[in-house]
Each structure stands twice: as C-alpha cells, then as structure tokens.
Design a protein around this ligand. Sequence first.
Ligand code: MN
Length: 253
Amino acid sequence: MDFHCHLDLYPDARKVYVEASDRVEFVWLVTTSPRAFAATSKVLPASERIFISPGLHPEVADKKFGELEMLLSQMELYSGVGEVGLDGSSRYKQHFELQKNIFQSVLQHSVTLGGRVLSIHSRSSAKEVLGLLEAHSGFGVAVLHWFTDSPSQLSRAKEMGCWFSVGPAMLASANGRRLAGQMPRDRVVPESDGPFAKVRGASVMPWEAATVAVKLAEIWGIQRKESELLLRANGLRLSRYLASSDGIHVSGG
Ligand code: MN
C-alpha cells in the first residue's frame, strides 16, 4: 500500500497507474491543486485500489490561492483531502500567512463536513500545523507525511492521535530513522511520495513504498513478518476511513 503518491506527476503516469493498479493493494493519489485534481480524475480514474483526493499544496499557495473555493466544494464529495498543510522553510515562508489561511479553511470545512482524512505536509512548520489541528477539534484524522520535525513535536503529534506516512526516502536518513523509532506503531503507514521522493537518484515507485517494512522492523526491533502485518493492518484501517462517505468519527482526532 502507498498512502501518499503524486502518481499523476510521473513522466509516464498512465503506465505507472496501470502497473500500480496491478501490484499495489491501495494507493492514495494526492494532488497539488483543485484544477490538477479535476484533470487527473479524468485521465487516471479512481478505482477500488486507487483513491484520488483534492488538495492544495502549501508550496503553490501563492499561485493557487484562487482555487480555494473549488477545493472546499470538492471536499464535500471526498472523505480524503491532500496534499495540504504548511511549509515554513526559507523558500516558501514568505507566503506563510496565506498558507495558514488556506489550511485553516480546509480544517474548518472538515469540521463542518463531519470529519475528513488529511494527508499533511509539515516541513519546518510542525508546531503551527499541530496548533491548527488542535484549534479545529472534530476535523477528522491527520496523516503527517514525511514528518521531519523535532522529537518533541513528534510526541505531541502522537498524543494528539496523528497518523504518520513513512517512505523509503525518509528512512534513508539517520534523522528519519530516529523519528520513525518513536512513532506509534499502530498509526504508521507506508508512502512513496513519488516521483518527488528519490532514493539513489531514482523516483520511488508506488510498489516500492512497502519496502519500508524491512527498515521499520530493524528500527522497531521486531521481525520483518511482524512489521509487514502491522503496516497492513494499519493500512486497512486507514483505507476504511477513506472509503467511508458519511464523515470521519475517530477518537483522538
Ligand atoms: Mn508530497
């Protein structure tokens, strides 16, 4: 399973889509803008195995702000939203206030709709992301993707009931492995974050997300079989939330 993939952005997306449909039990295809979501849904249709969600990536907040209303109306029909969130790194922080406006609107609308499952970007902004989640009780379920912040923010996220999607690129770094070691094992799912995430220069493919089971077994000090079973049970639980259509009611969110 792969819970965060920009499948539409691989050079040969149609081919990757066909292969992923064949080899991967469940793919969460996150999009970066409401228009991209509409276009992608036409060429790479959602299926039992491929879940596509509308999103508005914080890196393009300044260019796509005008599509916010479109996102809010798309959210009415889908239980998942992503990619959304904040990016406080030097390259994007000049639009941080705008990013916050968008993310707040998404959270507020999630509350109104009875809860949504969100795939969340939190680069250099975990403190603000968690603060906004706290301020919108009833927003649903947060899946923090490629979490790279401090151990203290991680433990705060853990207490708040957040999920984490972890990919091969994250586990290639010592810091990523250290953080993964502290994640709640019953709320971790695999992701590829392809084609952006790369390992040894090559984009991670959706069917490679599951390889995190090997490294997580080492990090957690358990058998590989056990980590595979854990990830699959978590994945099934999360994909069930995504499949539900009448709001997401989960404690801890
Ligand atoms: Mn991403």
